[in-house]
Write a protein that binds this ligand. Sequence first.
Ligand SMILES: Cc1cc2nc3c(=O)[nH]c(=O)nc-3n(C[C@H](O)[C@H](O)[C@H](O)COP(=O)(O)OP(=O)(O)OC[C@H]3O[C@@H](n4cnc5c(N)ncnc54)[C@H](O)[C@@H]3O)c2cc1C
Length: 409
Amino acid sequence: MNFGMRPEYQNLLDRVTAMIRDEVMPLEAEYHAEVATGDRWTYTARQTEILESLKTKAKAAGLWNFWLTDSDKGFGLTTVEYAHFAEQMGKTPLGAEVFNCSAPDTGNMEVFERYGTQALKDKWLAPLLEGQIRSAYLMTEPDVASSDATNIRMACVRDGDDYVLNGEKWWASGAGDPRCKVYIVMVKTGGDDLPKHKRQSMIVVDAATPGIDILRPMQVYGHDDAPHGHMHIRFTDVRVPAENLLLGEGRGFEIAQGRLGPGRIHHCMRAIGQAESALELMCRRSLQREAFGKQLAALGANYDIIAECRMEIEMARLLCLKAAWYMDQGDKRAAAPWISQIKVIAPRVALKVIDEAVQMHGGQGISQDTPLALAWTHVRTLRLADGPDAVHRRQVARAELRQYTQEKV
Ligand SMILES: Cc1cc2nc3c(=O)[nH]c(=O)nc-3n(C[C@H](O)[C@H](O)[C@H](O)COP(=O)(O)OP(=O)(O)OC[C@H]3O[C@@H](n4cnc5c(N)ncnc54)[C@H](O)[C@@H]3O)c2cc1C
């Protein structure tokens, strides 16, 4: 097992790390202050300037679109190699977008790349690869338990050259962004006579199609996450050209599995990056501030807390790289329980580290004056998004038990 980086890519990673530290992080506070001014769902001139100037710089430096792993296009990074990039990009909320590596676009671009027709690639993949537009992935529905995707029931009925969509989706991350122009939507095309994993399909929908109403942004612990947003959307008689259905009716699960596997590893490595940032803040704070005549670091159990955080981050990173390594072996079924393990562990560890960092900052820790409070709410959502913990633990237990149920006696 090799968890390292081929030498030719180490230099790229070093440049990404330096750009995040020296150019992206110093602009983060100003960027977020801009979001708070005026209409939160549009970009101010300064917000656009910050984001676009960083993107232009990254692109010109060749630091762009690292995410397309297992492909002869792009850099051809392995999942293990890309995981190291994702960790660095996770250190700051703007990190991934600066290098055109943000969710849900990366997963959606993979879907276009692997399953889209040439016409769909020309219309949507090309501007996504250039970072000119953004996209959203609409699977979850308010009325059904969506952690079991066989429940997805948005109606998608063939009518002449179109499909007609009716129903509601929510938690559509990124759909609040004015630059979000396209959705990949999971719909129900097959009846109960079909096997349950053959009833759903994926269809590409132009976000400007008549009949689409954005009802509201869902809030995460009171935050609307503008201008990205997690939107609740209603579809009423939305007509979509039949050629936008990916791969054919009933192939939705196949596409969802291809999309979510690498995406989960990326999320986890970004969470580990957030944990690293939090640990750094915690250590700096514990050395700078004094109480009861000593540095905070030297008080109570603070050495132990710092040590536990370091050890847990290291364990989580190794587990994530192991899951990435399994992905790189090409057997998705073998990789699945490892991805499930890290999908539970990475947010758990990151939440613990961020929470300890909050504690070390006292009242300031839960305020707007450090990135910690927002980081905690963001990582907390990862215990739900892309599958709740319980669903992943079930996968892990089933894989564990399978060894014994398949034993010949
Ligand atoms: C911030 C955020 C962003 C998101 N972004 C997107 C997005 O971009 N696109 C999208 O489609 N969705 C998105 N989601 C939705 C997310 O993927 C779903 O919330 C998740 O899949 C769970 O579905 P559900 O909310 O319907 O919960 P349910 O399916 O109703 O599950 C609720 C709870 O039931 C329990 N449960 C379920 N199954 C089991 C089991 N097998 N064993 C034990 N207990 C179980 C768990 O405790 C689980 O948390 C996002 C969610 C959040 C919070």
